[in-house]
Design a protein around this ligand. Structure first.
Ligand SMILES: NC(=O)NCCC[C@H](N)C(=O)O
Length: 412
């Protein structure tokens, strides 16, 4: 492996480079009827969502963070090679259920008629059934047809949550098999740029690839330090994936990771990933939503470490703070409760991603402005908090950590 191009050995090291996706036309293809399966609870107003996102990007740039747009990287590769573009389109259509037949041919021809920039916008935005005029005379298409769906190609409105389709860990990455159909195409883009963009080709360890059939999402993958990960066992990440990743990381000589804490959280939409209820904000400070614990403050946590002959040792724990102290070698930690642990404010602010902080340096975070109780509490605990506007972005149920994929953090 050459000089690394990805370096993420913590959740808090000074952020130097990050992958974003600005919300685009895909947001305007959410309707009340499709909202639930597209994993939205409301329809954001695109113009303001973009303004809010641009503000987020500007704040990052102002702090010396390189902002890289995922779709720009895809376009770079399309511009370099029309063969790679065609192969990508074929795979995209194949996974959408149009491997061959009349619809495949019509869609292919339609997509190839755009400039590369427009094409990428289109792939994210989706294609409506009535956008193309063709006669469907293929059994292949008739069999797989879902006439109730207004789209031939579904929009990908969750693409601005760049945290989830892949996850950077150390000098490598996992390219994730997403849980729901609504998000599965997103990691095709990640796979494409990691394999083909000159910034990454041959320079990144791929810890786990997209061909795995068990679900894994980046919102559940937290890099606590240069050898310890926390991974949520959640609505989106299965225990099988956590074990598979542990096997890979423990056995691969390029990996320094030797401890994974698998943290079981409730399986629901309000807290679909571990980072919606738990983030690291300083060496010894964490934001936690207490609703993930039972009335006695307990939960299911498994510490995984390498055993003899490629086995994995499992140790059960039930207290999050005690487990963090144990695996991070800390004598004390500061657990800051979302909404100050209040029975109403806590769940309200968690719903709008009050726990989902993005650390840009130790003790310095970006949060949504609407979570003012949690933000004030963070300040009282000595954290430097930068607030971003959040009326529209929050409607997709993800916050600053969800909207960002670090590519480089300074080592601690
Ligand atoms: N890491 C995150 O928690 N990402 C937020 C993803 C929200 C998106 N609407 C989803 O349900 O997948």
């Amino acid at each position: 492996m050459q000089k690394p191009v990805i370096n993420v050995n913590s959740e808090i090291g000074t952020l130097k480079s990050v992958l974003l996706k600005r919300p685009g036309a895909e947001i305007e293809n959410i309707t009340p009827d499709t909202m639930a399966r597209l994993l939205f609870d409301d329809i954001p107003y695109l113009k303001n969502a973009q303004l809010e996102h641009d503000y987020f990007a500007q704040l990052l740039s102002d702090h010396d963070v390189e902002v890289v747009y995922l779709d720009d990287l895809v376009e770079d590769v399309f511009n370099q090679s029309s063969d790679l573009k065609t192969a990508f389109l074929q795979r995209f259509l194949d996974e959408a259920g149009y491997g061959l037949g009349t619809t495949h041919n019509a869609l292919s021809e339609y997509l190839e008629s755009f400039t590369n920039n427009e094409l990428i916008t289109k792939l994210y935005a989706g294609i409506r059934r009535n956008e193309l005029d063709f006669t469907n005379d293929s059994l292949h298409d008739l069999a797989g047809r879902d006439a109730a769906n207004p789209y031939l190609l579904n929009p990908l409105p969750n693409a601005y949550f760049t945290r989830d389709p892949q996850a950077t860990i150390g000098n490598g990455i996992t390219i994730n098999r997403m849980t729901y159909k609504a998000r599965q195409p997103e990691s095709l883009f990640s796979e494409f740029i990691i394999h083909h963009h000159p910034r990454f080709t041959g320079k990144v360890d791929i810890w786990r690839n997209r061909d795995n059939l068990t679900r894994l999402e980046g919102g559940d993958q937290l890099v606590l330090n240069d050898h310890v990960l926390a991974i949520g066992v959640s609505q989106r990440t299965s225990s099988k994936s956590v074990e598979g990743l542990a096997r890979e990381l423990f056995a691969n000589p390029s990996s320094k990771f030797d401890t994974i804490i698998a943290v079981e959280i409730p399986h629901n939409h309000a807290m679909m990933h571990l980072d919606t209820v738990f983030t690291m904000i300083n060496h010894d400070q964490f934001s936690v939503f207490p609703g993930i614990m039972d009335a006695n403050g307990q939960m299911n946590i498994f510490i995984m470490t390498p055993g003899p002959d490629n086995t994995i040792k499992l140790a059960h724990r039930n207290n999050l703070a005690a487990t963090l102290k144990e695996v991070l070698g800390l004598s004390e930690i500061d657990v800051i409760e979302t909404g100050n642990g209040d029975a109403i404010i806590g769940p309200r602010e968690q719903w709008n991603d009050g726990s989902n902080t993005l650390a840009i340096a130790p003790g310095e975070v970006i949060t949504y402005d609407r979570n003012y109780v949690s933000n004030e509490l963070l300040r009282q605990h000595g954290i430097l908090v930068h607030e971003i506007r959040s009326s529209e972005l929050s409607r997709g149920r993800g916050g600053p950590r969800c909207m960002s994929q670090p590519l480089w953090r300074e080592d601690l």
